[in-house]
Design a protein around this ligand. Structure first.
Ligand SMILES: Nc1ncnc2c1ncn2[C@@H]1O[C@H](COP(=O)(O)OP(=O)(O)OP(=O)(O)O)[C@@H](O)[C@H]1O
Length: 301
């Protein structure tokens, strides 16, 4: 594996248009060797489009993409990059071991089958038919296949979609254990919790741009603030506008007579509600990661 300090991935001024749609709007990003990076964003943020460019499956409209200091297609041809895709590519009647052995036979140089099964945490499932494996187990099988070339960079596009909590935990535990050997891992996800729990670094993207980049705690701190809920009888647009204008308020939502406000200065909002409006039952809570996401991207997770 590559151990120098060349970035594992370097995106510089990358844009990507599909006809009139600008899916990626100028991304600059370096991933360092050995990092586990979550590419977090809502539907349509541009995650898959970006990953496809890193995999050399498509070209940027402008800007440049380098993988380990070279053109993505060259890095792939050298077996330095693998991907774990969400669906397809598995034959139900083969066993787990047969599937990996068959894939290994396609490589001139591959890691031993038993080693990758162990690394992917499916050594005990080797004799099981693929059709009898759960979605999470099949995903670990894809992970095992991706490890055969011992890639320096592993890309995963929403790898745990549809898995239950236990499947997800087992999948990430295998990825994390393996990554200790220095592999760089980049994964796309909608799940804030997943990014927060399993990535060293979170790159938050929205509408084709990076809107935040840091560790889980840093991302949450960026969106520090509180949620204020209150009962507000017969709210008028004027009242809502006035609440929105209170310093530090970043989001107001009214449902019937219940109002939810996200704000940096919850004291100021509570004071305003209690003195200037007929609001009652004011309740203040710390912002969870869901709300942090909303205030950073303007979109629900
Ligand atoms: N081949 C294509 N032709 C036209 N538009 C496309 C194409 N691929 C993607 N787009 C558009 O580009 C934008 C970004 O899509 P992309 O699939 O990269 O988002 P994403 O973050 O991966 O979303 P999701 O989480 O839903 O997979 C979207 O508006 C999408 O409709």
């Amino acid at each position: 594996m590559t151990t120098n300090t060349t970035p594992a991935v370097r995106l510089a001024g990358v844009t990507k248009d599909f006809g009139a749609v600008r899916a990626v709007r100028g991304i600059d990003l370096d991933l360092h060797p050995g990092e586990i990076v979550a590419f977090l964003g809502p539907n349509g943020a541009g995650k898959t489009t970006t990953i496809d460019m890193v995999l050399g499956l498509s070209r940027p409209t402008s800007g440049s993409v380098e993988v380990l200091g070279m053109d993505p297609r060259k890095a792939i041809a050298r077996g330095l990059v693998s991907a774990v895709m969400q669906t397809g590519g598995l034959l139900k009647d083969l066993t787990v071991r047969e599937t990996v052995a068959y894939t290994a036979s396609l490589f001139a140089d591959s890691r031993p089958v038993d080693e990758v099964l162990e690394r992917a945490g499916i050594g005990e499932l080797a004799a099981r038919k693929v059709g009898k494996c759960s979605g999470g187990e099949q995903q670990r099988l894809r992970f095992a296949m991706a490890l055969l070339s011992d890639p320096a960079l592993l890309l995963l596009d929403e790898p745990t979609t549809g898995m239950d909590v236990e499947g997800r935990r087992a999948f990430w535990s295998a990825i994390r254990d393996d990554a200790q050997s220095g592999r760089t891992v980049m994964f796309a996800t909608h799940y804030l919790e997943e990014a927060d729990q399993y990535a060293d670094r979170i790159v938050l993207i929205s509408k084709g741009q990076v809107v935040a980049d840091g560790t889980g705690p840093q991302i949450r701190a960026l969106a520090s603030g509180r949620t204020i809920r209150a009962w507000l009888p017969s709210p008028t647009q004027e009242t809502v506008d006035a609440i929105t204008a209170v310093g530090g308020v970043d989001h107001v939502e009214v449902r019937g007579e219940s109002v939810t406000i996200h704000a940096k200065d919850s004291d100021a909002v509570a004071r305003y509600l209690l003195t200037e409006t007929p609001a009652r039952d004011v309740e203040i809570t710390a912002k969870g990661i869901e709300e942090a996401f909303l205030s950073l991207t303007g979109e629900p997770a």
